[in-house]
Design a binder for this molecule. Sequence first.
Ligand code: CA
Ligand code: ZN
Length: 411
Amino acid sequence: MKHARLIAVLFGSFALCGSLSCETGDSLESDSFADGSASARATAAGPPVVYQAESYTSQSGCQVSRSSSGYTGSGYMSYGSSGAYLKWSNVNVASAATYQLTFRYANGGSSTRQATLRINGVDVATVSFAPTGGWSKWATTAISKPLESGANTIRLSSNTSSSLSLDKMDVASLSQDACPNDPNKTQPGECGCGVPEGTCGVSGGDESVRTVVHILRRFSQTTPSGLVMNNDHVTVSNVYSALGNANVLWKRPTQKSVVMNVTVVEEDALNPSNAQELKNTIWASDRDNSQSHIAYWNFFDPSKRTGTKTIHIYIVPFYGQTIQGVAMLSRSAIIAGSWSNKAGGGTPTKRNLTEFPSDACAQSFVRTMAHEFGHMLTLQHEDCTSCIMKGCTDVSPVREKALRGWAQYWK
Ligand SMILES: [Ca+2]
Ligand SMILES: [Zn+2]
């Protein structure tokens, strides 16, 4: 039962991109994108929402009046004896946060009036209404209090018998959105938020992401036709070369880029008790079959996956029918095969890890690395038509979004 639940969770977090134009077969986890962007974004602050006093939900001991001028809306509420109250049960806010409540009132008396503020059934403050110098002279007093997501009830009850005129209550979010029209905002002043489109990262040195490339040793898979695939042709030096060339694909002389700061390690694959079954799953899976991700994950040693804000690239022999690489942002991991049959099915062939630039476009391991790295920077295939996320040529159209993704996940 526990096992079944685990599998269900894993399946849920490995939704494939499903695009037929995918070049390398990769998993773009929509769930992790949604989580990440929600937490990274500033709370949007719209204009204050106005709750007119005379549009109360319920009241006791107050009456609508229009005898003094200067009110807004269709009048104001005149408080009667002590204990008189107004209540709004319709104060809806989009998210739980601290909001500013601003009361517009007139106090023509000579002393400060007090009222108790009750939010969602709990007395949270005493609000003071100082004299305004006349019943037609209006002033505001503000207080900041947390509200819950959804509907809130706000009640203001008088603590004194002397009168008070309440015109309205404004409810405003305290969070300021520095760039309300920017869908890719990160932190104010960084690429995205507050940085005009087209000017982000045009100067300055490249940014980088710590990237550990794990070559998986002592691990082989056998195709149904008897071909044995392993990583014997993968050397530390040609992996450095390949990742260096993947970075070259990202670099443009006049543009700030994000590149991988690479360390290559070799490690033995784990040997789970159901290894053969898992290998069979990997071999048979196609690009829309997420079981191969899970199967492969069981061969990786978690103790070797150290460091925060680090991308782990696993080089495995074969990554399933038609698949060459996959990016898993929520696991900070990329898996890539060193053999592939993506060129047209059939018998897998060894990838030449160092082909560049002549074969940078088609089935290149270099291009796979650059492409999956783009996914780790939040890029999607739809972000450009001829760049590294669809073809193999230019990163210019996605440069700014990549920098925003770097700031969001890897800075
Ligand atoms: Ca009013
Ligand atoms: Zn892709």
